[in-house]
Design a protein around this ligand. Structure first.
Ligand code: IPE
Ligand code: IPE
Ligand code: MG
Length: 244
């Protein structure tokens, strides 16, 4: 399969990924979960590069969820360390490729050295325009929505506007993604048919693609398959077939 069968003028603007299955992949190889996370991190590099080459405007990757903090401490530490290494090792490539790095989530919870590396790349890349790489780290959609409600309530209490003035567009401005388009396509690897607290508000009309392939095996060809499948979908947004 090649990218020539793909309509490059109809690419999803925003692709969101739940890169799941690192643990199962490692188990299949008779290895510890850590081994899967190492391979999974290497694969993030590969897919980010490919998305940039294709011309995807926004790529959001679910790197670590609110709930993932409850994993065994040793695994959490390994994941944090891998994130830090990724940020250090990929900084040059991110900057060279004019990628703008962003993060969504309660990033204050990250260990200080990880947060510092993250902030450094975010700052250095803030003017880049080629692609937005958005990492969801220490992210949960419910916390995001609650945070938005708290901020809106504070503004109402300050008398900035009345509760009646709040509509969808207004609400969305208080989320972590005020200036991003909603994801057009969600890819989840390893077969699970669930959202796992990811972008609940933003994915109201996102096309979902679930593959059995485990994240460390999700390569360029698999990504192309997902994009081709997306291009076959008819997005209706609640309208009838004739209205599209
Ligand atoms: C995804 O792989 C990586 C993170 C959640 C950080 P998992 O670690 O969830 O792998 P499985 O689902 O146990 O196979
Ligand atoms: C979702 O994967 C979160 C990330 C990939 C970071 P999980 O493995 O945590 O999700 P569940 O527990 O299977 O729903
Ligand atoms: Mg998992």
């Amino acid at each position: 399969m090649s990218s020539s069968t793909l309509s490059l003028d109809r690419l999803p603007s925003h692709v969101a990924i739940i890169p799941d299955g690192n643990g199962r992949w490692a188990k299949q190889q008779g290895q510890e979960r850590t081994f899967g996370h190492v391979k999974g991190t290497a694969n993030v590099k590969e897919i980010v590069t490919f998305a940039k080459e294709l011309g995807i405007r926004v790529l959001t990757i679910y790197a670590f969820s609110d709930e993932n903090w409850q994993r065994p401490l040793q695994e959490v530490e390994i994941l944090m360390d891998l994130l830090k290494q990724y940020l250090i090792q990929e900084r040059e490539t991110i900057l060279k490729n004019k990628i703008q790095l962003r993060a969504i989530g309660t990033i204050e919870r990250l260990p200080k050295p990880v947060l510092e590396e993250l902030k450094k790349t975010i700052e250095l890349s803030s003017q880049n325009q080629e692609m937005i790489l958005n990492f969801a780290v220490s992210y949960g959609a419910r916390s995001e929505i609650i945070r938005a409600v708290q901020k809106i309530s504070q503004d109402v209490l300050k008398g900035k506007y009345k509760p009646e003035a709040i509509d969808s567009a207004h609400f969305a401005k208080y989320l972590y993604t005020p200036d991003l388009p909603d994801p057009d396509l969600l890819i989840r690897t390893s077969g699970e048919m669930r959202i796992s607290n990811f972008l609940l508000w933003q994915m109201a009309y996102t096309e979902m693609y679930v593959t059995q392939t485990l994240w460390p095996d999700f390569n360029r060809e698999e990504f192309l398959k997902a994009l081709l499948e997306y291009q076959k979908r008819e997005r209706r947004f609640g309208l009838t077939e004739d209205q599209i």
